[in-house]
Ligand binder design. Structure first.
Ligand code: NAP
Length: 374
């Protein structure tokens, strides 16, 4: 299945002048997804490709070992890759850079007036950088004004969350908004594409599960949802107050991070007295199915019609069967049921390189454009 975003989305009109954009880290797993998803984008035109010295001055076809299931777009194949640090002309710089270089490079370009829309972890928890999931916290864009003031120009950074965090935060958002969450435990089963092409040796992952993912994966999942589901008070972000415990595993699927979640609700004793758990579950299923946010209201080109899909089958969601729903931009949820220790448990699935990375960043940039922030 191809992952072009426009097919099922409520597409807005194609513009006569599309905005020139660059991809930093264009040769990597996330960078290739950017290239794929930006082909024929109605608002953005891929203008520059940037990677390391290893790739600079080569054509993109020579530098990138193209591994996606659609053809490398012809006009992109012949573009010359620029070296990180080069002067760039684009208005938006999408970053899929390795985190060893992303922090400094993104600062460099933001301080020179560019809008950075990043996947990398480096600036996610900065006090004036929005950690955006537009369906949940589009209002966090208010922090951009403060960031621009600090930089003394029009440049700024916004980030999307860690790939598992996006699935988790979207799955729990309707529950947090309806009842409030007290605490939560999540166990992830993460696909190998999350580690980049050279990330996990086939000999290590075939016939195996690795109960560890480096780069502070568990800490990211335990902290980022609290910022996302928290609020901007005009000066700073105030985290949501629930606690999260995360355990992560690398499993031998190609794409799609699956996770099992158990949680307790706020005021559970009073709630249980007043409302049977089955009624709570029915209400949550309905709010999952009807959940929408700014991207749907604004009709952004990459927005899924339904960001959350509740699948009413006892053995779903599954990575191979459900990761490509709405071109990989929706999160699938299933098996919502009572939990004998906490209150509820369920399963969620997110396409890690689309909704969890490049697709999420493109949706963020569409939101910034729609809000007049470019
Ligand atoms: P990757 O496949 O290893 O690609 C890394 C990119 O960074 C390549 O384009 C590489 O260029 C470039 N790069 C590496 N070292 C560089 C240097 N010294 N100077 C300039 N460019 C350099 O990694 P990835 O999986 O795409 O991940 C990219 C970023 O997105 C990471 O920060 C990761 O944590 C984040 N992320 C990944 C996922 C996912 O599912 N994969 C999801 C969410 C977020 P060369 O080819 O020239 O070396």
């Amino acid at each position: 299945m191809t992952a072009t975003l426009s097919a099922e989305s409520p597409v807005s009109s194609v513009r006569s002048e599309r905005i020139p954009v660059a991809v930093l880290g264009a040769t990597g797993s996330v960078g290739q997804r950017f290239v794929q998803l930006l082909e024929n984008h109605p608002w953005f035109r891929l203008h520059e490709l940037v990677a390391s010295e290893r790739s600079a001055e080569k054509t993109y076809a020579e530098a990138a070992d193209w591994r996606l299931d659609t053809l490398l777009p012809e006009e992109t194949a012949g573009m010359t890759v620029k070296k990180l640090g080069a002067e760039l002309e684009s208005v938006i710089l999408f970053s899929g850079l390795d985190s060893s270089v992303a922090g400094e490079a993104e600062e460099h370009y933001a301080n020179r007036g560019a809008v950075i829309v990043s996947n990398s972890r480096n600036h996610r928890m900065d006090p004036d950088v929005p950690l955006l999931i537009p369906e949940i916290n589009a209002d966090h864009c208010a922090a951009i004004e403060r960031q621009r003031k600090r930089r003394g120009g029009k440049g700024y950074i916004v980030t999307n969350p860690n790939c598992s965090t996006i699935g988790l935060a979207m799955a729990i958002a309707p529950i947090q908004q309806q009842y409030g969450i007290d605490c939560l435990h999540v166990t992830t089963m993460q696909a190998i594409s999350g580690a980049g092409y050279a990330g996990v040796a086939s000999y290590a992952i075939l016939d195996n599960v690795i109960p560890y993912i480096g780069g502070g994966e568990e800490t990211k999942i335990e902290t980022e949802p609290r910022k996302i589901l928290g609020r901007w008070d005009g000066e700073k972000f105030i985290d949501a107050s629930f606690t999260i415990s995360a355990q992560v595993n690398r499993v031998p699927t190609i794409d799609g991070h699956l996770m099992t979640i158990a949680l307790s609700l706020c005021n559970r004793a009073e709630l249980r007295k007043s409302t049977p758990i089955e009624t709570i579950i029915d209400g949550i299923e309905l709010s999952i199915e009807s959940y929408i946010g700014e991207p749907q209201r604004l009709g952004l080109p990459s927005a899924p019609r339904n960001p959350l899909h509740y699948i009413d089958a006892e053995d779903r969601p599954q990575p191979r069967l459900d990761r490509d729903r709405e071109n990989g931009m929706s999160v699938s949820i299933g098996r919502l049921r009572p939990d004998p220790i906490l209150d509820l448990k369920m399963v969620a699935l997110v396409h890690n390189t689309i909704r969890g990375a490049a697709g999420a960043a493109i949706l963020n940039a569409e939101l910034l454009d729609a809000k007049g922030l470019l």
